[in-house]
Design a protein around this ligand. Structure first.
Ligand code: HEC
Length: 283
């Protein structure tokens, strides 16, 4: 009796599963989903490579320094990098006095020593690279109601990380004619900017890098829009994972040790069992 019930129960679930599969497949084949402009014209990040890619990749210090310069001269007007302290910039190859000099070019909130009033003061090495706005309300008010996000961890916070950030920065452009033809009603609202790499095609950030030579590189690199985008993205990749090189190094040493330990274990097993004869099986 129990057996019959069990079989019937199993049969019931099997039929239900097949039924659901059938209905799902039929729906997927027959229902027409309306194509949206975002789905049709959003563009996946460009194929771009950085020296830190791959298991053996390392940061290009000169590029990180250029990226810092782009951040400092362009992005810092709106974005903070609150998880990066100026002293961390030593990892980009700067000496202590150089770090202090860079820090002193940034303003951070402080207190007037005589009146106790809040003021802005030049940063020192131990300060963090905070954003320019005292709070989110001020940030939103100054940017058409959109808050410029902190950039310290941005390359970790978006799908396709560095490639996405690079594509976004270098991807502003006019609305393509095909889009206008397919969606005549589409328009970029006042205060937003068309960018095919942004998920809804309209971003509240005005194109930050608009002209070649906007930043003057001291190492003579040609400051094209693409180059500046790439350098600042490399800098953000570093800020999101400053210990990347050490992590990989430790990983390689560890794997080397594991291989060594495995060989050792195999050899000692051989040694320990060398004298033992295989038992004769009785059957
Ligand atoms: C005039 C102010 C301003 C400047 C300068 C600026 N940004 Fe932005 N940025 C914004 C605002 C506002 C947003 C929010 C946009 C939104 O959500 O629509 C934003 C968003 C972003 C985002 C996040 C996009 C996303 O996927 O949510 C990144 C990355 C970014 N900015 C990078 C940069 C970099 C790098 C620079 C310097 C080259 C820079 N920004 C310069 C205002 C600015």
């Amino acid at each position: 009796m129990i057996r019959i019930i069990a079989i019937l129960g199993g049969l019931f679930f099997a039929v239900a599963a097949f039924w659901a599969l059938g209905v799902g497949a039929y729906t997927a084949m027959t229902v027409e989903t309306e194509e949206t402009v975002e789905h049709e014209f959003y563009v996946h990040p460009k194929d771009v490579s950085f020296s830190s890619d791959g298991p053996l990749g390392t940061y290009d210090r000169a590029q990180l320094q250029r990226g810092l310069k782009v951040y400092q001269e362009v992005c810092a007007a709106c974005h903070g990098m609150k998880f990066v302290a100026f002293r961390d910039l030593g990892a980009l190859g700067y000496t202590e006095p150089e770090v202090a000099a860079i820090a002193s070019q940034f303003q951070v909130p402080g207190v007037d020593p005589t009146t106790g009033e809040p003021v802005l003061r030049p940063a020192v090495a131990t300060d963090y690279m905070v954003g320019p706005y005292p709070n989110d309300i001020a940030a939103a008010a100054a940017n058409n109601n959109a808050i410029p996000p902190d950039l310290s961890l941005m390359t970790k916070a978006r799908h396709d990380g560095s490639a996405y950030v690079y594509s976004l920065l270098s991807g502003y452009g006019p609305i393509p004619a095909e889009l206008k033809a397919a969606y005549p009603d589409f328009e970029t609202p006042q205060g937003l900017y068309f960018n095919q790499y942004f998920h809804n095609l309209n971003i509240a950030m005005a194109p930050p890098l608009t002209a070649a030579g906007q930043v003057t590189y001291s190492d003579g690199t040609d400051a094209t829009i693409s180059q500046m985008s790439k350098d600042v993205t490399a800098f953000m990749t570093w800020s999101a994972e400053p210990k990347l090189e050490q992590r990989r190094q430790t990983g390689f040493v560890f794997i080397g040790f594991l291989i060594f330990a495995t060989i050792l274990a195999y050899m000692s097993k051989k040694q320990v069992w060398a004298g033992a004869k295989p038992k004769k099986r009785k059957d």
